[in-house]
Design a protein around this ligand. Structure first.
Ligand SMILES: Cc1cc2nc3c(=O)[nH]c(=O)nc-3n(C[C@H](O)[C@H](O)[C@H](O)COP(=O)(O)O)c2cc1C
Length: 318
């Protein structure tokens, strides 16, 4: 029922992308999204070269449906980007989502390898430059979303209409989608599909601990905050002790290097897998306030689509 330019581009049934989530978007989660008719992404950012290769091969063994790899264009370690690109080319991955910095230096190489390139960014300006660079579709991250959302602070209700008026390529809405209501509204705004992250954390296939998932279910819509504002970035995370500590340090003028220990690696793993939900900063979207059940990925996607069909039917008949 929801055939769009995105379902055509990706060759999938539903215009729903499972957003890549550091440590969580493993082969199992990505394959579950693809098997449910959506489009799964493996998070490259937290994989070594060999791990990424293994994850791609594992995903292929779990699904014969299309899936992709998310490559973070961050220059903390410049070799990492080239390493991820080498692996996706060698493994003949068909779809890549780039994110963060401009995809321009990499698009030609990826396209020459026959890869369809999606780019994720948080402002319409960046989406326009990604289109000029030759990407096939662009995902816009709204103010509502988990993780880095850019400094424009625009909700999807404003950003998606601006983007579709300006771009020719398909636009995907990321942020705040957990059910059929937000899915329909994204399509109504002109998006060709949605990307969901936070909703998938409360799935059986998400490898996070039961403690973490219980904490997520208790999260209210008002329980997320921004950190990194003092560093000219905006990172939406779940309020916890680590996030409060980061805010205090930011008031005193923390540098990015001083902040790093709080926002990645070991501390994030403690939050996600080791039952210590206060230990580190963890991305979380406002949609957490609407999530009250852990389900299979298949149930999550089925419910979004069937609720969306009901809404569209009701709108037709009213
Ligand atoms: C725990 C977590 C980790 C994330 N890690 C990444 C990442 O490594 N790369 C990335 O591009 N996006 C990352 N995201 C963002 C998601 O891919 C997705 O765009 C976002 O969650 C969509 O907003 P929503 O959470 O409101 O659905 C992460 C999100 C979460 C919740």
């Amino acid at each position: 029922m929801f055939k769009t330019r995105l379902t055509e581009l990706l060759g999938v049934e539903h215009p729903i992308i499972g957003g890549a989530m550091a440590y969580l978007s493993t082969a199992e989660l990505a394959a579950a999204v693809s098997n449910a008719g959506g489009f799964g992404l493996i998070a490259g950012v937290t994989c070594t070269r060999d791990e990424l290769r293994e994850q791609i091969r594992a995903c292929r063994s779990l699904t014969d449906k299309p899936f992709g790899v998310n490559i973070a264009l961050i220059h903390r370690d410049p070799d990492k980007i080239n390493q991820d690109i080498d692996v996706v080319v060698e493994e003949r991955v068909k779809f890549v989502e780039t994110t963060a910095l401009s995809p321009e230096p990499y698009v030609k190489l990826l396209k020459e390898a026959g890869i369809t390139v999606l780019h994720k960014c948080a402002t319409v300006r960046h989406a326009e430059s990604a289109e000029r660079a030759g990407v096939d579709a662009v995902t816009l991250v709204g103010y509502e979303a988990a993780g880095h959302t850019g400094l424009d602070d625009l909700p999807l209700s404003i950003m998606i209409p601006l983007a579709v008026d300006s771009l020719k390529i398909p636009v995907i809405a990321a942020g705040g989608v957990g059910d059929g209501r937000a899915f329909v509204s994204a399509l109504a705004l002109g998006a060709s599909g949605v990307q969901i992250g936070t909703r998938l954390m409360a799935s059986h296939e998400c490898p996070a601990s039961v403690t973490f998932k219980d904490w997520l279910l208790q999260t209210q819509a008002t329980d997320t905050i921004y950190v990194e504002r003092s560093l000219n970035r905006a990172y939406r995370v779940r309020r916890n002790e680590a996030a409060e500590k980061v805010l205090q340090l930011e008031k005193k003028g923390i540098t990015m290097a001083e902040l790093l220990p709080f926002i990645g690696g070991d501390r994030l793993r403690k939050v996600l897998f080791e039952d210590d939900v206060e230990a580190g900063v963890v991305p979380c979207g406002q949609v957490a306030g609407l999530i009250d059940e852990v389900m299979s990925v298949n149930e999550i996607i089925d419910r979004i689509i069937s609720q969306a069909q009901d809404i569209v039917g009701r709108l037709h008949s009213s």
